[in-house]
Design a protein around this ligand. Structure first.
Ligand code: PMP
Length: 459
C-alpha cells in the first residue's frame, strides 16, 4: 500500500476538516478526533491515511462494495468505455446499457424493462412517479397513494422521505408530499401481533387492514424492502411475502420491492425477493449494481407496467416524462457488466450462502456467551444482532453502549455498523454485511472482534 508523507497526511486532514461536510455526521465528533480518511482497499481490507489496516464487515459502510475493493478489471472496463464514449443522454441507446439490461433481465424472470439513474433514492422516486402517472392516466387520478412500511427506508430526497418508516431520519424535513401511508412492520422479535403460530400472515393482514381503511381504489402501490436493512435487519417471517403478494393482487395494487441493499447477491440470491418466491411489478436497485465503482441505479419493471406508458389517456404526452441526466453516463453500465461477471464467474452467490451459514453459526455461538444479545437474524451475508439490556423484557440496549461496541470493534481493526439514529429507542442492532468474497478466516476475525467488544462492555 502506498504511503503519504506526514506533511501530506496533515494537509489532507486539514483540508477535509476545513471544507468537507460529511454525510450522516454530527461534526462535533471532530472536535475530539480527526475524521477517518481511507486511502486504499483490497478485498475486505482497507487502509487509512496513517497506514492502519481494517477489515471492513459492512462493505464500504453502507453495504455497497459487494465484490470487494481493488477490482482492477472493473476500473479497466470503465476506462475502456470512457475513452470510447463517456456519455449520451439515455434517451439514446448504448452498448453497455443494452448489454447490462439484457443480462440483468435474464436473472429476473418476469421482469422486462430497465430504467437507468444514479442512486437508490432516485430509482425509488422513479417508481413513485410512475405510480402517480399510471393513476393519472389509467385510473382518473384516484389510485394515487403509496404504502410504505414502518422501519423501512427508501432514500434521502423529499419524495422518498415521505415514504420513510424511520422517524428520526425524516423528522426535520417535513411537511412531505401527501398520499404516502405507513403500514406496520413485521419484526417477530418485537411482536405486535398476538398470533405467534401464523405471525407472517398476521403481519401481512395488518397491511390489508390499512388498505381497507384507506380504500383499495385509492392505492397505487405498496413499497417494501425485501429484508429491512437500516431499520434493524428484519427478515420477514414465514408466510409473510406470499400473503403480501396475494393481498396486492386481490386489490390491484402494484408491488414495489426496494432491492437497493439486497440486490446483486447480498442474501445469496441475485435479489432478496427471490428467496420468497414472489413476482414484483417494480424492483429498484443501486448499491451492489456496480459495487461502488460507478454511480448507477436501476428501476426495473414488468412489460405490463411499461405498456401502460405506451397506451395512456395522455396520448402523445403519455410517455414517462422523466430524465436522469447522469443515467446516461456509460461508466455505470460498463462497471455493472463487469461487476455481474465477477459475481457469476467467482460464484459469489454460492460463497454468500456458504459463508452466511458459517456467520450465522458463529453469531448463535456468541449469543450463548453474551446475554446482551437478544436476537440474531439475517440471510446470506446480511446479518443483524439486536442488543438488549434485559433478555426477559427485551428492553433495547442504550444507543450509546451499542455505539461503544462499534467503536471497540474498530479499535481491533474491524469495521461493523449499527442502526444509526433512525428509530427512537431502537437504535440497538449491530449490522454485518461483508463483501461477498469474505473468507472463513475473515468471518472468524469479525466475530472475535464482536466477542471481545461485548465482553468489554459487560465488564
Ligand atoms: N433504499 C434502501 C433500502 C437503502 O438502504 C438506501 C440507502 N441506504 C436507499 C434506498 C437510498 O439509496 P441512495 O443513498 O443511493 O440514494
Amino acid at each position: 500500500m502506498s504511503t503519504l508523507s506526514p506533511n501530506d497526511q496533515t494537509d489532507i486532514v486539514a483540508a477535509d476538516r476545513a471544507h468537507v461536510w460529511h454525510h450522516l455526521t454530527q461534526h462535533r465528533a471532530f472536535d475530539q478526533a480527526d475524521p477517518a480518511v481511507f486511502v486504499e482497499g483490497h478485498g475486505l481490507r482497507l487502509w487509512d491515511i496513517e497506514g492502519r489496516e481494517f477489515l471492513d464487515a459492512v462493505s464500504g459502510g453502507v453495504w455497497t462494495v459487494n465484490v470487494g475493493y481493488g477490482r482492477r478489471s472493473i476500473a479497466d472496463a470503465v476506462h475502456e468505455q470512457l475513452v470510447k464514449l463517456n456519455y449520451f443522454a439515455a434517451s439514446a441507446g448504448s452498448i453497455p446499457g443494452a448489454r447490462f439490461a439484457e443480462q440483468l433481465i435474464a436473472r429476473m424472470p418476469g421482469m422486462s424493462r430497465v430504467y437507468y439513474s444514479t442512486s437508490g433514492s432516485e430509482a425509488n422516486e422513479k417508481v413513485f412517479k410512475m405510480v402517480r402517472q399510471i393513476s393519472a392516466q389509467h385510473h382518473g387520478g384516484r389510485k394515487w397513494k403509496i404504502l410504505f412500511r414502518e422501519r423501512d427506508y427508501h432514500g434521502t430526497t423529499l419524495g422518498t422521505l415521505a415514504a420513510c418508516g424511520q422517524p428520526q431520519r425524516s423528522a426535520a424535513y417535513g411537511p412531505f408530499a401527501p398520499g404516502f401511508v405507513e403500514v406496520p412492520h413485521c419484526l417477530e422479535y418485537r411482536s405486535q401481533f398476538p398470533d405467534a403460530a401464523r405471525y407472517g400472515e398476521a403481519a401481512a393482514d395488518a397491511i390489508e387492514h390499512v388498505i381497507e381503511r384507506e380504500g383499495a381504489d385509492t392505492i397505487g402501490a405498496l413499497c417494501l424492502e425485501p429484508i429491512t436493512a437500516g431499520g434493524g435487519v428484519i427478515v420477514p417471517p414465514q408466510g409473510y411475502w406470499q400473503r403480501v403478494q396475494e393481498i396486492c393482487r386481490r386489490h390491484d395494487i402494484l408491488l414495489h420491492v426496494d432491492e437497493v441493499v439486497c440486490g446483486l447477491g447480498r442474501t445469496g440470491t441475485w435479489f432478496g425477493y427471490q428467496n420468497f418466491g414472489i413476482q414484483p411489478d417494480f424492483v429498484t436497485m443501486a448499491k451492489g449494481v456496480a459495487s461502488g465503482y460507478a454511480a448507477i441505479a436501476c428501476t426495473v419493471t414488468t412489460e405490463a407496467v411499461f405498456e401502460k406508458f405506451r397506451h395512456a389517456d395522455g396520448g402523445e404526452l403519455g410517455y414517462f416524462r422523466d430524465i436522469s441526466t447522469f443515467g446516461g453516463c456509460l461508466a455505470g453500465p460498463a462497471a455493472a457488466l463487469e461487476n455481474m461477471r465477477i459475481i457469476e464467474d467467482e460464484r459469489l452467490l454460492d460463497n454468500a450462502r456458504e459463508m452466511g451459514v458459517v456467520l450465522e453459526r458463529e453469531l448463535r455461538g456468541l449469543m450463548e456467551r453474551h446475554a446482551v444479545i437478544g436476537d440474531v437474524r439475517g440471510l446470506g451475508l446480511f446479518w443483524g444482532i439486536e442488543l438488549v439490556a434485559d433478555r426477559e423484557t427485551r428492553c433495547p440496549l442504550d444507543e450509546a453502549l451499542v455505539g461503544r461496541v462499534v467503536g471497540l470493534c474498530r479499535r481491533q481493526g474491524v469495521l461493523i455498523g449499527m442502526t444509526n439514529r433512525s428509530l427512537p429507542g431502537f437504535n440497538n442492532t449491530l449490522c454485518l454485511s461483508p463483501a461477498l468474497v469474505v473468507s472463513h478466516a475473515q468471518i472468524l476475525q469479525i466475530v472475535r472482534a464482536i466477542d471481545v467488544a461485548l465482553s468489554e462492555i459487560a465488564a
